[in-house]
Design a protein around this ligand. Structure first.
Ligand code: COA
Length: 336
């Protein structure tokens, strides 16, 4: 049987680090409030005069492709996940394709927000296992500081999120005989649109005509909205469900996972989920303290950093799970 395997990772972080103290000068918030509620101490913000969602994604992808020894003709599918694309349309995938000078391969954009990486893995897996693709480049990039208002009005969102990009190269490989634990072993995804408006950026959207009106800036209609407590409640429940289901489907209990990489939404959510699975805290990979919530980039960024630091070793079993706007959620089990 053909499996999707992780060949390499890459990442790009904007240089500008924004501390909680810096945010204290811009809005009514405090370092103590942010750290206590989320675990975040600082995050990176892109230089929006020169960095874009697609350009950061292309840089992360170039690093991943180089690490995989892939030339420009190697990938036969590009998947791009973001909630903060350069343009309303076309998607950021074709812009990254152009920047990477890739040939005319299909570019598929994914809009599953914080679950984008898991959704992307699931699509890549389907293409690879069906034989439709041999090598898939999956890019996750977020320039979400462009969407946030650094003011007291926008504080419940703007203290949590950061900018970053990460990419993975996935390759088809035959599963060796007598080695059931190999490559991307399972990936499950879900959604529940009933809660679409609990974490949402409605404008510009085609429900409004014209899609942009000057007063929308004044009224805050162009800012993201989040019902924080509702998101927290659903996230902890869905993370737990997805991971339990992953353990059942693969017949590999959490006690046998070497690592758990949660979507970095909030340190409290990650720890609550780990506890609910009796999974040891020290095996939960977290980078939220200095990255914030980087939405779809968060899992591949944490994966890249853990690989670079040598924490994850060849053969390790890595469980991953995400939850986000939609609501969408999912989980995956990968043997590295
Ligand atoms: N600084 C200081 N105070 C803030 C604040 C900020 N940045 N943002 C909100 N507050 C205030 C609120 O206005 C509220 O004040 P009030 O009691 O006077 O009305 C108070 O803090 C509590 O707000 P609440 O939203 O109930 O806080 P909370 O304890 O639920 O924590 C979150 C807020 C957002 C940190 C928390 O709900 C959370 O983590 N939710 C999940 C978010 C998430 O993971 N999103 C990404 C999903 S992918």
């Amino acid at each position: 049987m053909i499996k999707a395997t992780l060949k390499s990772t890459g990442a790009y972080l904007p240089k500008r680090e924004v501390s909680n103290t810096e945010l204290e000068h811009l809005m009514d918030t405090s370092d103590a409030w942010i750290q206590e509620r989320s675990g975040i101490q600082s995050r990176r913000f892109a230089d929006l005069t020169s960095e874009t969602c697609s350009s950061m994604g292309a840089k992360a992808a170039a690093q991943a492709m180089s690490a995989a020894s892939w030339n420009r003709n190697a990938p036969d599918l590009l998947i791009f996940s973001t909630l903060s694309p350069d343009y309303y349309f076309p998607g950021a995938g074709v812009l990254a394709q152009r920047e990477l000078d890739l040939p005319n391969i299909p570019c598929l954009d994914i809009r599953a927000q914080c679950s984008g990486f898991i959704y992307g893995l699931s699509v890549a897996r389907a293409y690879i296992e069906s034989g439709l693709a041999q090598r898939v480049l999956l890019i996750c990039s977020e320039a979400q500081s462009a969407l946030m208002e650094l003011s007291t009005r926008g504080r419940n969102i703007s203290v949590l999120f950061g900018d970053a990009a990460a990419a993975v190269c996935l390759e088809a490989a035959p599963q060796p005989q007598h080695q059931p634990r190999f490559g991307l072993m399972d990936c499950l995804i879900h959604a529940e649109g009933a809660f679409a408006e609990e974490l949402v950026l409605k404008n510009p959207g085609t429900r409004n005509s014209p899609i942009c009106r000057p007063e929308m800036i004044e009224t805050g209609e162009m800012l993201p909205y989040m019902n924080g407590p509702a998101v927290f409640k659903h996230a902890t429940k869905r993370f737990h469900e997805a991971l339990t289901s992953l353990a059942q489907r693969t017949n590999i209990p959490p006690s046998q996972w070497d690592w758990f990489i949660p979507h970095q939404a909030n340190q409290r959510i990650s720890m609550q989920v780990a506890k609910s699975l009796s999974f040891p805290e020290e095996k939960v990979i977290s980078n939220i303290h200095h990255r914030g919530n980087t939405t779809s980039a968060s899992i591949p960024l944490a994966l890249h950093e853990a690989l670079t630091e040598g924490r994850i070793q060849p053969g390790d079993l890595i469980a991953m799970a995400a939850f986000g706007s939609g609501f969408t959620w999912g989980a995956a089990l990968l043997q590295y």
